[in-house]
Design a protein around this ligand. Structure first.
Ligand SMILES: [Zn+2]
Length: 440
């Protein structure tokens, strides 16, 4: 067992390339402004494409504007050696951090480059997905959803940014054609598998002092807008016992959501009210109309349904107790995604070889991997970020954490690129015989 060395990782070059990309779209205060399909996002895509061409890789953009970078292996033509795919995103939230998305992309790209040092039978393709963040169009993971047929061009016309430009038009503007992804979809479906590396964006790895998080499930959000209607009244003239205070009712709902989240924490539920609007609110008015935005996530559909059902029961109790009208409207209901165990096993094997500590965990945040999992065997791993802070310019990742991620990505790619189906079949047969012998 031996760790890949810093020399094998070519650490200096990685840093130079990463920093060149991270400089694009940086504002005066050090925050990142690379909103999807904007000038800065385009610039980042072009710079990475130039680096890829220089490294001798093939480059293209698909109908969604996703960037594809391919390094051919020696068995490229052999159907027994389908290609391996890696990927993440480069777009950011406004005033975002340097590492969200970009670290995964650059780690994968750099690992592909370092394959120079190793035999490479299987072809490797890196996909840089467009518009992973929902910041611009209120719609997340557009590039991967289009690939997985979870969105169509027609649907994209409904998502508009603050200037009235639709996601559809933004893609067309760049020469894309969002419904034309048939060949790319087929390529992914026939691939060996998919791996994404990402920063954790939470505190679990740091708290457990662990180097790598292997994602077993990606939690899916159920989102509601809850409208609470009471009766607006004069705050001086309306006596306490005659009130239908929508905001006081909303406060009970917020606490109920938190209580349910805590009650089901063991079953990996998190529940949040992240936004509360008091319509026509004023200091001297008893609030008559409030809107709450609720986000409930978990990894098991049945548990989520149970929590949602209990919340509905709470809502009708609060409504009758306070004489309010409470209407929940579903905004989105996504299915939790279980990732592939065989691909995850390959990551475990390389963690052990490289002496990296790891744990299996759930991703509370959504990622492009959710949609790749609909097309191929998908796996994902996390490296820790300082204090678990993300979507914020204070986002930070230590050199050690980056190097560990790079190690795992490179070692796994080397292993997969030379994963020979014939030898693996023989090995499995041998294992089976040994087991039989042991039991007879
Ligand atoms: Zn991200």
């Amino acid at each position: 067992m031996r760790r890949l060395s810093l020399q094998q990782l070519n650490w200096e070059q990685f840093q130079a390339d990463f920093n060149a990309l991270a400089a694009i779209g940086q504002n005066e205060t050090g925050g990142m402004e690379r909103l999807a399909y904007t000038e800065a996002d385009q610039q980042a895509h072009k710079l990475l494409a130039d680096m890829a061409v220089e490294a001798g890789f093939e480059v293209k953009w698909d109908g969604a504007g996703n960037l594809w970078i391919t390094r051919r292996g020696t068995e490229d033509e052999n159907p027994e050696f389908p290609p391996m795919i890696v990927g993440s995103h480069m777009d950011t939230v406004p005033d975002g951090g340097k590492y969200d998305g970009l670290l995964g992309v650059m780690t994968a790209f750099h690992a592909m480059r370092q394959l120079d040092l190793f035999p490479q039978r299987r072809t490797v393709t890196l996909i840089v997905f467009r518009c992973e963040e929902s910041s611009r169009f209120n719609c997340a993971t557009i590039g991967s959803k289009l690939l997985a047929e979870q969105l169509t061009g027609e649907m994209l016309k409904r998502y508009v940014d603050k200037d009235g430009i639709s996601a559809y038009d933004a893609i067309r503007e760049l020469g894309g054609s969002p419904d034309n992804l048939y060949l790319e979809r087929k390529y992914i479906k026939e691939a060996f598998g998919f791996i994404e590396m990402h920063i954790e964006q939470g505190p679990v790895l740091l708290e457990r002092n662990t180097e790598i998080g292997l994602v077993s499930h990606i939690a899916a959000p159920h989102r509601f807008r809850i409208t609470v209607e009471g009766a607006a009244a004069h705050s001086g003239a309306c006596p306490m016992n005659a009130r239908q205070d929508a905001l006081a009712g909303a406060a009970e709902i917020i606490l109920a959501v938190e209580r349910l989240g805590k009650e089901y924490a063991e079953q990996r539920i998190v529940a949040t009210v992240g936004k509360c609007d008091v319509l026509n609110g004023a200091m001297n008015v008893v609030p008559g109309h409030v809107e709450l935005y609720v986000d409930i996530r978990g990894i098991d559909r049945e548990v989520i349904t149970e929590v949602v059902t209990k919340l509905h029961q709470e809502l009708s109790l609060i409504a009758s107790r306070r004489n309010l009208r409470i209407d929940p409207a579903i905004l989105s209901q996504e299915t939790p995604v279980k990732l592939n165990d065989e691909m995850s096993e390959l990551l475990v094997e390389q963690c052990l070889k490289n002496m990296l500590t790891f744990l299996h965990m759930v991703s509370g945040a959504g990622h492009d991997t959710m949609y790749m999992a609909k097309l191929t065997r998908a796996a994902m791993f996390f490296v820790p970020c300082e204090k678990g802070i993300s979507h914020n310019k204070a986002e930070a990742v230590t050199d050690d954490a980056v190097q560990n991620g790079l190690r795992l990505m490179l070692a796994t790619l080397v292993r997969i690129c030379n994963w020979d189906p014939e030898t693996e079949r023989e090995k499995a047969e041998m294992d089976r015989m040994l087991l039989d012998e042991a039991y007879n």
